[in-house]
Design a protein. Structure first.
Length: 615
């Protein structure tokens, strides 16, 4: 997500910070800032926009200093503004903080700190850390050698969430402090200098020797070395590793393509999506969604509007919301909705889904729904986007920047967001029992771990791609939620491999498309929906009778499917409502490997753009 850079050493820090942040631009950001120890004070410069805006703000007389930190922000709390850009300082300006991730309990902490007299200047969750450190630092003896470390530990013991935090203090000018909890931090070991970054590319011009900070660890970084301990103060030893990647590969974390990197980021992205929203056993708490009292109970209909991959997530959301909340849901392609004079009337909720929040068709459909009296709930990845600004409620998926054109982690996080919304609506409408809600919430919490299990066994997918990469046609079939996943699996294959692919509701094969099934046409069958297992098996038998090879995506405890499919790609057994987020992963990987084997540009497929801002 955001970019972090730090420097302690003999050379001027500002050029190093700006260079490092520029090498982290691929991560995506909406504002930037730096803080340097300039004499006995900290000079902070920050600005909304790209690094060029920050450089202009630095002017002809930028701050000097050999110790500093820098940050590029991907907004999560507070829209992109100069005030919300990092770094953030305390009341005195003696301590500043940069931060990746989310502080889940920032609001009660902020309210308490304000009551104690602290003055806040931003809308971010990050700023609470600066004030917590300030308060803790003031309570500790002035002569204590580890005063700043102890203050940081005390502050973070009060905060919950996933984060990477870096602290600069004018009272402790010889070092910076970095703490990791889930979000990555890497120390660069130089000759008489030390660097810090959220990703390796920023370090490579200066050193190839790095130390990876582990979860729950605190590093005190000085020009002559680093001391690492856990948050309880116990010493930790971390080895120095040598990086042999070139700069381009390093930007991708060692992966050959951004798409592959983003596929493997899905467990972490799912964790970010559900984090802080499933703390109660039988209730979902969706920050940013504040439907008026009584609105949910009076709902007549929900309209889902989206395009492409987001629409496929919406199809899964439609089934799940109807099933759990027992309210009619209509999923519409955003490009079609406003041209068919939709009957949006009564108490309605429009759920608009867009990764970028700038998709022109989705914005147009959203405005049409609002003009007809519907309340608008946005499901998006980008804080400050047009869709987020225009919506009444916003459910951010928190996938982080997605560079590859073909969406992967944004899709799975959209699924998780819609599943949480469905549980929330079901509980509020009284159509979902407490026990069932608790089971689904537990399953959602466990989803990141299960996604990691799928990614730990990819050899069967790679072997399948090797064997089928020269096919010219493929079909994907499924029923219910499996049909929604089939549509997304088919789209992934066609958009990056240029192989003709089509998705069908499995029962529709016999109504025409079966005429196209031949021994040269592989058929992917999704079989995660237990209630229609036998029906889907019957459709598999139909295509096998025409000589087609069948590849099933099924649970690892399903022993029956092996009798009907030639190849089975396994996923962990899970509540079938949650299965789409796991079932899509082998299909994403299959599409990726086929595209690579066919020699295509995976990250930038022909004729396609990441954000479609024209109708």
């Amino acid at each position: 997500m955001c970019g972090i850079m730090g420097y302690v050493g003999p050379r001027p820090a500002l050029p190093v910070l700006l260079d490092g942040l520029r090498r982290l631009e691929y991560r995506g950001y909406d504002s930037a800032g730096v803080a340097l120890l300039d004499g006995d004070r900290i000079a902070v410069r920050k600005a909304a926009g790209k690094l060029g805006v920050l450089e202009a703000a630095l002017g002809a007389n930028p701050p000097a200093g050999c110790v500093g930190i820098g940050h590029t922000r991907w907004a999560t709390h507070g829209i992109p503004t100069d005030a919300n850009a990092h770094p953030h300082g305390d009341c005195t300006g003696r301590h500043v903080v940069i931060h990746n991730g989310i502080i889940e309990n920032y609001l009660p902490l902020k309210e308490r700190l304000e009551a104690e007299g602290h003055r806040f200047r931003s809308d971010t969750d990050t700023e609470v850390l600066a004030h917590l450190i300030e308060a803790a630092h003031a309570r500790l003896p002035a002569g204590r050698p580890d005063r700043l470390e102890a203050a940081v530990r005390e502050a973070l013991h009060q905060a919950s969430g996933a984060y990477a935090v870096v602290v600069l203090s004018a009272d402790h000018p010889e070092h910076i402090i970095a703490v990791r909890m889930v979000s990555p931090l890497i120390i660069g070991v130089g000759d008489g200098e030390m660097l810090l970054a959220s990703d390796i590319p920023a370090l490579l011009p200066y050193t190839r020797d790095v130390i990876v900070i582990g979860d729950g660890e605190l590093a005190v970084i000085a020009s002559d070395g680093v001391a690492i301990s856990d948050l309880e103060g116990r010493v930790v030893t971390r080895p120095v590793q040598r990086i042999t990647w070139d700069a381009t590969m390093a930007e991708k974390g060692g992966y050959a393509h951004f798409m592959l990197k983003e596929i493997y980021e899905q467990p972490r992205a799912l964790h970010e999506t559900v984090m802080g929203r499933l703390d109660r056993e039988d209730r979902v708490e969706l920050d940013g969604v504040a439907l008026p009292e009584g609105f949910v109970e009076r709902l007549d209909k929900i309209w889902v509007v989206a395009c492409g991959t987001a629409f496929h997530a919406g199809l899964a959301g439609r089934w799940t919301i109807e099933h759990l909340a027992r309210v009619p849901v209509e999923a519409d392609l955003a490009s079609e909705l406003r041209y068919r004079d939709p009957l949006i009337e009564g108490t309605t909720l429009a759920v608009a889904i867009s990764q970028s929040g700038e998709t022109a068709d989705t914005l147009a459909a959203s405005r049409e729904a609002r003009a007809r009296g519907s309340r608008l709930l946005a499901v998006t990845n980008v804080v400050g986007s047009t869709l987020a600004r225009e919506a009444d409620d916003v459910l951010f998926v928190r996938a982080g920047p997605e560079i590859a054109v073909a969406s992967t982690k944004a899709y799975t996080t959209m699924l998780a967001a819609l599943q949480m919304l469905a549980v929330d609506l079901g509980v509020q409408r009284g159509t979902l029992s407490r026990g069932r809600a608790s089971a689904l919430i537990a399953g959602l919490r466990h989803l990141p771990v299960l996604a990691q299990e799928v990614l730990s066994n990819t050899a069967p997918v790679e072997a399948l791609a090797q064997r089928l990469c020269r096919a010219e046609h493929a079909f994907f079939i499924g029923r219910g939620l499996d049909y929604a996943v089939a549509m997304e699996g088919s789209l992934k294959l066609k958009e990056i491999s240029y192989l003709h692919s089509e998705a069908l509701a499995a029962g529709e094969l016999k109504h025409g498309t079966l005429a196209l099934v031949t021994p040269e046409t592989p058929v992917f069958a999704l079989v995660t929906q237990r209630a229609v297992f036998e029906k889907t098996v019957s459709n598999i038998q139909e295509v096998r009778a025409r000589g087609a090879e069948v590849i099933a995506v099924a649970y690892d405890d399903d022993r029956e499917i092996g009798r009907y499919a030639d190849t089975v790609l396994r996923i962990p057994s899970v509540d079938e409502i949650l299965a789409p987020a796991l079932a899509i992963i082998p299909l994403q990987l299959f599409a990726y490997h086929v595209a690579v084997l066919r020699g295509h540009d995976v990250d930038q497929p022909r004729n396609l753009a990441k954000s479609v801002t024209v109708e």
